[in-house]
Design a protein around this ligand. Sequence first.
Ligand code: MG
Length: 374
Amino acid sequence: MKITSIGAVLLTPFPWVLIKVRTDEGLVGIGEAYHGAGVHQIAVDERLIRALIGQDPRNVDKLFRDMQRRMSASGFYQGAVMSAISGIEMALWDLTGQACGVPIWQLLGGKFRDRIRLYNDCHAGDGDDPASWVAKAVEVEARGFDALKFDIDPRPSTRDPYNRGIRNKDIAYYIEVVRAVRQALDPDTDLAIDAHWYYAPADILKVAYAFEGLNLLWLEDPIPPENIDALAKVKAATRTPICTGENFYTRFGFRQLIESQAADIISPDFAKAGGLLEGRRIADLADMYYIPLSPHNICGPVGTIAACHVCAAAPNFQVLEFHHLDNELWNTLTVERDLIQGGHIAVPTRPGLGVSVDEEVARRATREDLGFFS
Ligand code: MG
């Protein structure tokens, strides 16, 4: 079997990037790359195409490294480039699974579980008052999710946005709303909080200390991602568990984070960190330090289902992000519908990815088509 073409499509309103890899035997593989500047164009960049056309798609790891080599020879292979490579890698696994007649998780070592637990990213209440946060939390919990996340981004303020400070009234506000949400939820429902890299260590620790009695699942991205030593100090200073990882690329990007145990939980995004085999490798690296895996995920159904294969095959999987509650396109983009039941996704049993794109729905949502449909 040989690869004959690679196509990409950019969807709207949410900029999901879908990848299609075709072969001379008629098999078609689908993947999804993390959205970002020009990712759908990079996916069909001549350097990547040259690494793939005429090759056997089942040599996934070799082709992954060939794509990296081709791009790094031009001086770059992370960021948007690694996102594009990740989406192609998923499509190669879809092809390999179909060719072998087994689901992708089988090729990643087999599965540890039959259902993938999701957490719903709620962002914030519909209003500023704690009651609106509580109302959203309780509504999502009633729809079957037993893990939720809210954000504590800086509110509009007059404080200098460059010094990473947090106003005392914001600290008081977020302590009040998070405590109210925690008290309204079932004690066994998990609650995570995301700080989106906004804060200085001393400031976010004031918040983390106040959260210590709330038994949070984690506090995510308390400070920027570049300085592992600084993150390790934050983690060591609080009993609130710290999660990070969505801005790290490949296992090399996770090495120092994991080896220095600077996070209690890691959150790689497989649609940008290198795809599914690299995701399994990152999971294994974390498992050597007994660190759970809770992947970041804002993909449409294709990337989310692809992530489920790694989550099924990783012993240390904890919970997978879900970002698009009540997004009709998420629910209709695959031929298979109602993928989420009671806050979980059933691990696919069909060969390959186990779902296929409803191309008519995709066509209607297309912002730019670079060979996906042709
Ligand atoms: Mg996050």
